[in-house]
Design a protein around this ligand. Structure first.
Ligand code: NAD
Length: 351
C-alpha cells in the first residue's frame, strides 16, 4: 500500500545549451544586483569568462573554493560577501565551489545561483558541509539550497574525461541509495531510476567524445535528477562509508564513490532486492553491482582503493570508524561485513 511523504524542494532550473546566457536575467529575477562570483583558483578564468554576462552586476570574484569547504575559507568568503555588500552569490564550478556558496548562505548570506560544471549534484540539495580540524560536519538547511540552477551542457565539455567519469558515478550513487532509502517515495524513485538510466547511457559517450553535447546534456540531466533525489532522502552504507574514507583517509571524493558503489550495491543486493532490480534495469543489466563495476571500467575510472591512495594497513581502522555510529541501511551494518567489503574494494574485485 502506498504511504509516503514527499517534500518538494523549491528551486528553479534553467536547462540547455546556451542557458548560461540567461545568467543576468536570472539574477535580476531574484531582485539582486551585486553579485559575488565563486570559483576555484584553477577555474577562475572560466568563471570570469562565464560571468561576463553579469555586466556591472558583478561586484567581485572569490576564487579560493577547495574540496570539503575548510571553515577558514568559508569565514573569509563570508567576510568578502559582506565587504562587497553582495546580494547574490553565483557559484561556477563543481561541488567544492557550490559548497562554498552554501557556507556563505548558512550564515544568513545572500542566495545562490549555481552554474554546475560537474555531475556531483550538490546544487540540488539543502546539504552543507564544513571541515575544521580534519573533521567534516554536514547538515541540512533550506537556506543553502540554491534558488536557481543553470545547467548548460556546453560549459561541461572542458571537464576532462578523468573527472567526468567518476563525477557521473558519484551522481549514480545518489540515485542508487535513493532507491532503498527508508524515507524514499515513488517520486524520488522515479527520478533515481531515470537518473541512473541517463548517466549509465551518457557517461561512456562523454568520456569517448568529451564535446558530444547530446551526451553532455544527458549526463547533466542525470546529475540534476541525482542531486534532487539526494536532497530529498537520507543516505545509507555507501555515502557513510565514502564520508569515512574521504574524511579520515583523504581519498578523493568522486573516485572513492566510484570504487565503493559496486561493493555497497553488492552488500545490499539481497536486502534491497527491489531497489537493485530497478538500478540494474536502468543500466540494462541483470545485476546492479556487476553493472556498476563494468560502467566504472568502461569510463576508464580506477576501481580499487589501493589505486586511489588507500593503504592496506588502514583497512581495519576504516572498518572500525565506519561502524562506530549506527545508521539505517537495508542490510544491517556489521564490522566483519564492512571489513570484507573494504577488502574487495581495496583489491578491486568485480562483485
Ligand atoms: P570539485 O568541485 O572539487 O571539482 C573537481 C575538479 O574539476 C576540480 O579540479 C575543478 O577545478 C575541476 N572542474 C570543475 N569543472 C570543470 C570544467 N568545466 N572544466 C574543467 N575542470 C573543471 O569536485 P566535485 O566532485 O564536483 O565536488 C566534490 C565536493 O562536493 C566534495 O567536497 C563533496 O563532499 C561535495 N558534494 C556535496 C554535495 C551536497 O549535496 N552537499 C553533493 C555532492 C558533492
Amino acid at each position: 500500500m502506498l504511504n509516503f511523504t514527499y517534500d518538494a524542494l523549491p528551486s528553479r532550473v534553467v536547462f540547455g545549451v546556451g542557458a548560461v546566457d540567461r545568467l543576468g536575467e536570472e539574477v535580476d529575477r531574484l531582485g539582486a544586483g551585486r553579485v559575488l562570483v565563486l570559483c576555484t583558483e584553477s577555474g577562475r578564468s572560466r568563471a570570469e569568462d562565464i560571468t561576463r554576462r553579469l555586466g556591472d552586476r558583478r561586484a567581485g570574484i572569490y576564487d579560493k573554493a577547495v574540496m570539503h569547504v575548510p571553515a577558514a575559507t568559508a569565514a573569509a568568503a563570508q567576510a568578502e560577501a559582506r565587504r562587497l555588500g553582495a546580494d547574490c552569490c553565483v557559484a561556477v564550478g563543481g561541488g567544492s565551489t557550490i559548497g562554498l556558496g552554501k557556507a556563505i548562505a548558512l550564515e544568513d548570506g545572500p542566495p545562490i545561483v549555481a552554474v554546475p560544471m560537474t555531475y556531483a549534484g550538490s546544487e540540488m540539495t539543502p546539504i552543507w558541509g564544513l571541515t575544521e580540524g580534519g573533521v567534516k560536519r554536514t547538515g541540512r538547511d533550506p537556506r543553502v539550497l540554491p534558488k536557481t540552477v543553470i545547467y548548460d551542457p556546453a560549459l561541461t565539455v572542458s571537464l576532462p574525461a578523468s573527472v567526468s567519469g567518476p563525477s557521473g558515478i558519484n551522481a549514480i550513487a545518489h540515485c542508487v541509495e535513493a532507491l532503498y532509502a527508508k524515507d524514499g517515495n515513488p517520486i524520488t524513485s522515479l527520478m533515481a531510476e531515470e537518473g541512473i538510466r541517463a548517466l549509465g547511457k551518457s557517461l561512456p559517450a562523454v568520456v569517448a567524445t568529451p564535446d558530444d553535447l547530446d551526451a553532455r546534456g544527458l549526463a547533466l540531466y542525470g546529475a540534476w535528477l541525482a542531486g534532487a533525489t539526494l536532497g530529498s532522502v537520507s543516505v545509507g552504507l555507501h555515502h557513510k562509508l565514502c564520508h569515512t574514507l574521504g574524511g579520515s583517509f583523504g581519498l578523493p571524493h568522486a573516485e572513492v564513490h566510484t570504487v565503493i558503489l559496486p561493493h555497497a550495491a553488492a552488500y545490499n543486493r539481497a536486502a534491497a532486492a527491489d531497489a537493485m532490480d530497478r538500478a540494474a534495469r536502468a543500466l540494462g543489466a541483470d545485476d546492479a553491482a556487476g553493472a556498476l563495476f563494468d560502467l566504472a571500467v568502461a569510463v576508464g575510472a580506477k576501481v580499487a582503493l589501493k589505486d586511489i591512495g588507500m593503504a592496506a594497513a588502514d583497512l581495519d581502522r576504516a572498518a572500525e570508524l565506519a561502524t562506530q555510529n549506527p545508521y539505517d541501511n537495508p542490510r544491517p551494518i556489521t564490522r566483519d561485513g564492512i571489513r570484507a567489503l573494504l577488502q574487495d574494494a581495496y583489491d578491486g574485485v568485480r562483485p
